[in-house]
Design a protein. Structure first.
Length: 120
């Protein structure tokens, strides 16, 4: 059991589809999937702003460390038996920096799109 907690926003259709797909890959990994759209108070568990979690994926690892955005994906992959290779490759400095930049640009645009569509 990994014990990681994943904080996500199911009101975003792209995020919801991604998380549902990831859940299918990790049915017995002990991950707690925490949907801040279903329960806004979950943001308080990690002392984060609700809007921050709506914009970027958050993961808390077994040691209580928070990982946000692309780093959250790396942590999820690190805890997924069939995707550990993604975590290793994505953790390489150049790939991590590129992934971080791409994720932040995409997340920002997706957040704005969701807000204009009144998804929450």
């Amino acid at each position: 059991m990994s014990g990681i907690r994943v904080y996500y926003n199911s009101a975003c259709p792209v995020c919801k589809a991604g998380i549902e797909n990831q859940k299918k890959k990790m049915p017995r990994c002990g991950v707690e999937w925490k949907d801040v759209h279903a329960d806004n108070s979950l943001a308080n568990e990690i002392d984060s702003e609700l809007e921050s979690i709506r914009e970027r994926l958050h993961v808390v690892d077994e040691q209580g460390n928070r990982h946000i955005g692309f780093d959250a994906f790396i942590e999820i992959w690190r805890n997924s038996p069939d995707e550990k290779w993604k975590a290793r490759i994505s953790s390489l400095p150049v790939i991590r920096h590129t992934g971080w930049l791409a994720y932040n640009l995409f997340a920002s645009a997706l957040y704005k799109w969701n807000r204009t569509r009144n998804h929450w």
